[in-house]
Ligand binder design. Structure first.
Ligand SMILES: *[C@@H]1O[C@H](CO)[C@@H](O)[C@H](O)[C@H]1NC(C)=O
Ligand SMILES: *[C@@H]1O[C@H](CO)[C@@H](O)[C@H](O)[C@H]1NC(C)=O
Ligand SMILES: *[C@@H]1O[C@H](CO)[C@@H](O)[C@H](O)[C@H]1NC(C)=O
Ligand SMILES: *[C@@H]1O[C@H](CO)[C@@H](O)[C@H](O)[C@H]1NC(C)=O
Ligand SMILES: *[C@@H]1O[C@H](CO)[C@@H](O)[C@H](O)[C@H]1NC(C)=O
Ligand SMILES: *[C@@H]1O[C@H](CO)[C@@H](O)[C@H](O)[C@H]1NC(C)=O
Ligand SMILES: *[C@@H]1O[C@H](CO)[C@@H](O)[C@H](O)[C@H]1NC(C)=O
Ligand SMILES: *[C@@H]1O[C@H](CO)[C@@H](O)[C@H](O)[C@H]1NC(C)=O
Ligand SMILES: *[C@@H]1O[C@H](CO)[C@@H](O)[C@H](O)[C@H]1NC(C)=O
Ligand SMILES: *[C@@H]1O[C@H](CO)[C@@H](O)[C@H](O)[C@H]1NC(C)=O
Ligand SMILES: *[C@@H]1O[C@H](CO)[C@@H](O)[C@H](O)[C@H]1NC(C)=O
Ligand SMILES: *[C@@H]1O[C@H](CO)[C@@H](O)[C@H](O)[C@H]1NC(C)=O
Length: 634
């Protein structure tokens, strides 16, 4: 609860915000447009979770041995929709020696390849690079069904997962009626992604934004739900990503399940990934449990808590998996809060503060703010009441805790959200992994997240519960062999994996410079439209390898690979070529590489790269914002 002392400080805090904001904007950019196309705060708020009549009969936590009945039912509807889309997509790709129509007529539907796409974290860089790939795969994007293009892949997909910045992408698309990237980028008044105004300044350039953030979160707390930094962060994100007044405080993740288009199977199933923090744990590691938020449920497949709860009634009191007093709460699973949870990288920043380039006075400010935060230990996403209280006491690390604490999904270095797609129950055959990580000093990926998932899945602790992930080399080999410079297939031999094979084939698509140096800093929170669009276009070119016909055929081969195996169909010769060209063949080169500085494949842009100065200011802002917010709640 806010006490009176803190309450009386709020105007001061808002004042400081605006003062610093003024300094910041005059320092950083004097060309901010004078009008803003996002929603303005005005309406009553729907952020506060409240009691409702239980929507289900006797709702309870279930164990994670199977996928839910809801998902099973939905998959049947999705399979029918996918079949037609995939047939015409594969036909368009023109794989010599493979007739898609005939193949599926012979073998459908149980041999239909199951496809997942995973969008990695990496802040706005990941959102925008991922958006380029999303647009490339989406047949609704203009020209995306021309030769050499990949439009139609998205329409053939079953699951789409997002983590941190990748969860913003997935979340923004799904909370806006599965809109297109083109519509999100629209520069007229219907567009949504107006990143020239960062989450730290808001759309309105006055106190209304901050007042509204504080009020809605305050309301949640007064209703008896402890809040955390993520509540503010998530509300701020919503203004950036949700196309409604005040960032749509009433939008919930579970509401996706009741939209007709989704329920009918017209689009893939979206899943957001986060990590569990055990009591007293500072260092999140590969033994931490992964959690997923799908449209029906939240929970983990890991043999720790090993359970799922009905997402729509998150916030209700559960004990040992059952409602404590028969009453239900809804509205807790706010979309911003879910996206904010997946991206609550504050904990990580806290641990890395000494490694950053911050110097002198800036460092002093941030360090003292961080100390306050640390003492309050309120630097994470708080899910209280804990839906898994008293559930699986023997293995659930938080079984005796009133709050379930979740953090940024990438904190264990598994920055690509493979997790939901590796569950054997989901039978995914091929995963397109869009990696926008900043692993190297030059902020390009080097396979770190692939290595992390491989390690977790081969960990003797059994945390991954037998899930199969293909063999991958170390990060040095990724760089030395150029596996991070162009797409690579991992797991061409489906039996060479961790856990219980077959593993899915992983099509690893690392961020790399085609038409733009897309390695902007993770903490860059502000982009003008030119820069934003250049990042998206680069992402498009990364995914299509600059619209290569040869690559598009190989994408088709990756998709049908496991299915061909299941149906004992011989591999078309075009695909044999593809596999020898794109499969990692087991070679390693572990020598330490020099600085990784790739140059652009296609020179098409005159945009200058971001300067480090901007990101330092932004970094400071990030801490100041979080620090002040925390001061207002302790
Ligand atoms: C399909 O590929 C074959 C051989 O690669 C080529 O001759 C043919 O023109 C292509 N068809 C289309 C519609 O692109
Ligand atoms: C689509 O293709 C046409 C014809 O090749 C071209 O004129 C147009 O600029 C393309 N549009 C986009 C958005 O790339
Ligand atoms: C959502 O999109 C679908 C398909 O484009 C459209 O038919 C429907 O009217 C849209 N719903 C809303 C509420 O805009
Ligand atoms: C945003 O909302 C407005 C008003 O409902 C609508 O006209 C516009 O098409 C929406 N934009 C997107 C990208 O969905
Ligand atoms: C996964 O974990 C659950 C719960 O501990 C266990 O019942 C199940 O047998 C495990 N599955 C595999 C494949 O090890
Ligand atoms: C949940 O339990 C807490 C503490 O026992 C109580 O204050 C709260 O009213 C309960 N909420 C509901 C919806 O029953
Ligand atoms: C699990 O823990 C809860 C909370 O402490 C306790 O009430 C319950 O009896 C325990 N259940 C089992 C089966 O041990
Ligand atoms: C994870 O658990 C395994 C087995 O208990 C242990 O060997 C390993 O050190 C743990 N890893 C971390 C990072 O704690
Ligand atoms: C690839 O095609 C897209 C869509 O037509 C276009 O916008 C993009 O510029 C093309 N990329 C290259 C490198 O030509
Ligand atoms: C494996 O790939 C490497 C390049 O990554 C190549 O030099 C080597 O010849 C290949 N080995 C085989 C057996 O194909
Ligand atoms: C799996 O692949 C790796 C890398 O090529 C290789 O070192 C290992 O021997 C293979 N294992 C099996 C069982 O084939
Ligand atoms: C957008 O940002 C880029 C890179 O920071 C800069 O070079 C360019 O001038 C900016 N464009 C506008 C219109 O402000």
């Amino acid at each position: 609860m806010l006490n009176w002392k803190v309450r009386s400080c709020l105007p001061v805090i808002i004042y400081i915000f605006l003062g610093l904001h003024f300094v910041y904007t005059s320092l950083a950019d004097s060309s901010v447009p004078p009008f803003f196309r996002r929603a303005l705060p005005a309406a009553p708020n729907g952020y506060i979770p409240s009691g409702v009549q239980c929507p289900l009969f006797n709702p309870s936590v279930r164990n994670a041995a199977e996928i839910s009945q809801n998902e099973t039912d939905w998959l049947k509807r999705r399979q029918n929709k996918r079949l037609a889309a995939m047939q015409s997509f594969l036909q368009r790709l023109n794989i010599t020696g493979f007739n898609a129509t005939q193949y599926f007529a012979n073998f459908q539907p149980s041999f239909l390849p199951n496809i997942g796409i995973a969008f990695s974290g990496g802040g706005y860089r990941a959102l925008l690079n991922g958006a380029g790939a999303f647009a490339a795969f989406d047949e609704r994007t203009k020209n995306s069904t021309a030769p050499g293009q990949l439009g139609g892949l998205l329409q053939s997909v079953t699951y789409v997962s997002g983590l941190s910045g990748g969860s913003w992408l997935v979340g923004s698309i799904y909370t806006n009626n599965f809109t297109t990237i083109t519509a999100l980028l629209n520069t007229n008044t219907n567009g949504i992604w107006q990143f020239d105004q960062s989450v730290l300044s808001g759309p309105t350039n006055d106190t209304a934004y901050f007042r509204e953030l504080l009020n809605t979160v305050d309301g949640k707390e007064e209703a008896g739900f402890p809040v955390s930094i993520t509540d503010y962060w998530g509300r701020g994100l919503s203004y950036q990503l949700v196309n409604d007044t005040e960032g749509g405080p009433a939008y919930t993740w579970s509401s996706i399940a009741s939209t007709t288009d989704f329920a009918d199977g017209n689009m893939p199933m979206p899943i957001i990934v986060a990590l569990e923090r055990a009591p007293g744990e500072q260092n999140i590691n590969l033994n931490s449990s992964d959690y997923e938020f799908n449209p029906w449920e939240m929970g983990t497949w890991d043999p720790t808590t090993f359970g799922f709860m009905p997402l729509g009634i998150l916030g209700s009191n559960f004990t040992e998996g059952n409602l404590t007093n028969g009453s239900c709460v809804s509205g807790f699973d706010n979309v911003g809060f879910v996206m904010g949870t997946s991206s609550s990288l504050f904990n990580q920043a806290l641990l890395q503060i000494n490694n950053t380039a911050i110097q002198g006075a800036l460092k002093k400010i941030t360090t003292s703010l961080l100390q306050n935060l640390n003492e309050s230990s309120n630097d994470v996403s708080v899910y209280e009441p804990n839906p898994f209280f008293g559930y699986n006491n023997a293995t659930n690390k938080n079984a005796q805790e009133e709050a379930l604490i979740l953090v940024d999904g990438g904190e264990d270095l598994q920055n690509i959200p493979f997790y939901p797609l590796l569950q054997a129950n989901r039978k995914v055959d091929v995963i397109f992994a869009i990696d926008s990580s900043a692993d190297t000093l030059t902020r390009w990926p080097n396979g770190t997240s692939m290595v992390a998932t491989y390690q977790r899945n081969s960990n003797s602790s059994g945390i991954a519960n037998g899930t199969a992930f293909p063999s991958v080399p170390d990060q040095n080999s990724f760089v030395n062999l150029g596996l991070n410079r162009q797409p690579t297939f991992f797991g061409c031999d489906s039996m060479n994996s961790t856990g219980i094979p077959p593993a899915p084939l992983v099509v690893y698509i690392p961020n790399s410079p085609y038409t733009y140096n897309s390695n902007v800093s993770t903490l860059t929170l502000e982009f003008n439209d030119t820069e934003r669009d250049a990042l998206v276009l680069n992402g498009y070119n990364v995914a299509t390898m600059a619209n290569s016909t040869q690559w598009s055929v190989c994408i088709g081969c990756a998709i049908i690979s496991r299915s061909l195996h299941r149906t004992n169909t011989s591999v078309p010769s075009a695909c044999v070529d593809c596999f020898s060209r794109y499969c990692w063949n087991g070679t390693v080169d572990t020598t330490t590489p020099g600085t990784y500085e790739p140059s652009m494949n296609v020179t098409m842009t005159s945009l200058a790269a971001r300067t480090n100065l901007i990101s330092q200011w932004e970094l400071m802002w990030w801490f100041v914002f979080q620090g002040l917010v925390i001061m207002s709640i302790i």
